[in-house]
Design a protein around this ligand. Structure first.
Ligand code: NAD
Ligand code: DAU
Length: 344
């Protein structure tokens, strides 16, 4: 009734259920939606090591609810989905290195958790948007002129990316077999504030800030296609509002850079010699290059990224880590201890 009335008045008021909203990209989306729409957001998050309640500070209490729980809990999920207009599914175990040492939580959350949400979406006929990754497509050679498109065959390399691929295929099957109203987006590497210090860019920034040297896996020639998290959030909102049910959209901002270049930029921005880094043991099965062709999203839905200058986006991200040590410092020592154990 409220939705009908608010639509009639020209004001959107949807009830979004955002899974994984205390993580890096999910929390960015929650802030983005509350700033740019009149929607209500309920976050469902298990608060694993990667979830941080502090990333959701300062939100308007009348438009925001936090629920601490597991997406693989069918009763809890059913009760929340029954009260939502749209599920935006970010929750995942997200780190490749962790998946190589302990794959089990990746199956539990990324596969069984997604299945649990899909079943609830089916029962309650609720719109579902699934957040996925370009890693489902495997990798490209450095000199390959091709980029990933929606037609690229799936070829995941790691336990993480194979569980994300499995979850994408579940979504497609639930659309075709049960008529679930779902869309999927596959995005490239995100950067920005509130990213866990285990990930590449925050690890190197906080290494320099704590007097450690940045650590490059192998030769550092692997390429990632960087996009600011705010641009990922605007793309997801565009797909929720204008996307065609059953379709997949690739999200990317033409930000290819190799890891060595990124480390050198971080060191220079922080006033260090650009070669003041160490090479460490490479990641097993390390994907060489990701590159996204986001023509479909741009031409069919009219989306454009706003952060086209990686260097200035990186500089403001570095400034955020300088200003917010209280947010990342509690995780830093344990994260580095784990990397040292792995020789990385
Ligand atoms: P993250 O690790 O920072 O956050 C994951 C969040 O999910 C955390 O808040 C965690 O507590 C929560 N969570 C984990 N297991 C859960 C469970 N069983 N039930 C409820 N909550 C649970 O991850 P991120 O980098 O923000 O990634 C979010 C999503 O975006 C993931 O689906 C990931 O595959 C996808 N993605 C990430 C990137 C990237 O560059 N980080 C790029 C493309 C796609
Ligand atoms: O492409 C999207 C994916 O990007 C997401 O699906 C994942 O959730 C996200 O974690 C990210 O995966 P990557 O494995 O690309 O990100 P990560 O930050 O772990 O590493 C980026 C690159 O940097 C990769 O080539 C490995 C390298 N690396 C990483 C770390 C942590 C280093 O050289 N040194 C490091 O210390």
């Amino acid at each position: 009734m409220l939705v009908v009335l608010s639509t009639y008045l020209g004001v959107f008021l949807r009830k979004l259920l955002v899974t994984g909203g205390a993580g890096f990209i999910g929390s960015n989306f929650v802030h983005y939606v509350l700033e740019n729409t009149d929607d209500h957001v309920t976050v469902l998050d298990k608060l694993t090591y990667a979830g941080n309640r502090a990333s959701l500070a300062g939100l308007p209490a009348e438009r925001f609810t936090f629920v601490h729980g597991d997406i693989a809990n069918p009763e809890l999920v059913d009760s929340l989905v029954g009260n939502a207009d749209v599920i935006v599914h970010y929750a995942a175990e997200s780190h490749n290195d962790n998946s190589l040492h302990d794959p089990r939580p990746f199956l539990d959350t990324n596969v069984i958790g997604t299945f649990t949400l899909l079943e609830a979406a089916r029962r309650h006929d609720v719109r579902f948007h699934h957040i996925s990754t370009d890693e489902v497509y495997g990798d490209l050679e450095l000199d390959d002129p091709a980029r990933f498109t929606e037609q690229t065959p799936y070829n995941p390399s790691s336990p993480y990316s194979s569980t994300k691929a499995a979850s994408d295929l579940l979504v497609r099957a639930w659309v075709r077999s049960f008529g679930v109203k779902a869309t999927i987006s596959n995005c490239s590497n995100n950067y920005g504030p509130y990213q866990h210090v285990e990930k590449f860019i925050p690890r190197q920034i906080t290494n320099v800030l704590t007097g450690e040297r940045p650590k490059l896996y192998g030769a550092g020639e692997n390429v990632r296609d960087w996009i600011h998290a705010n641009d990922h959030s605007s793309a997801v909102l565009t797909i929720i509002e204008k996307g065609v049910i059953g379709e997949t959209y690739l999200i990317g901002a033409d930000g290819e850079k190799n890891n060595k270049e990124v480390v050198e930029l971080i060191l220079t921005e922080l006033g260090q010699e650009s070669d003041a880094y160490d090479h460490v043991i490479d990641r097993p099965g390390h994907d060489m290059r990701y590159a996204i062709d986001s023509t479909k999203l741009r031409t069919e839905l009219g989306w454009e990224p706003r952060f086209s200058d990686f260097e200035s986006g990186l500089a403001s991200t570095i400034q955020w880590y300088k200003d917010n040590e209280a947010w990342w410092a509690p995780q830093k020592a344990a994260t580095e201890a784990k990397y040292v154990e792995q020789g990385q």
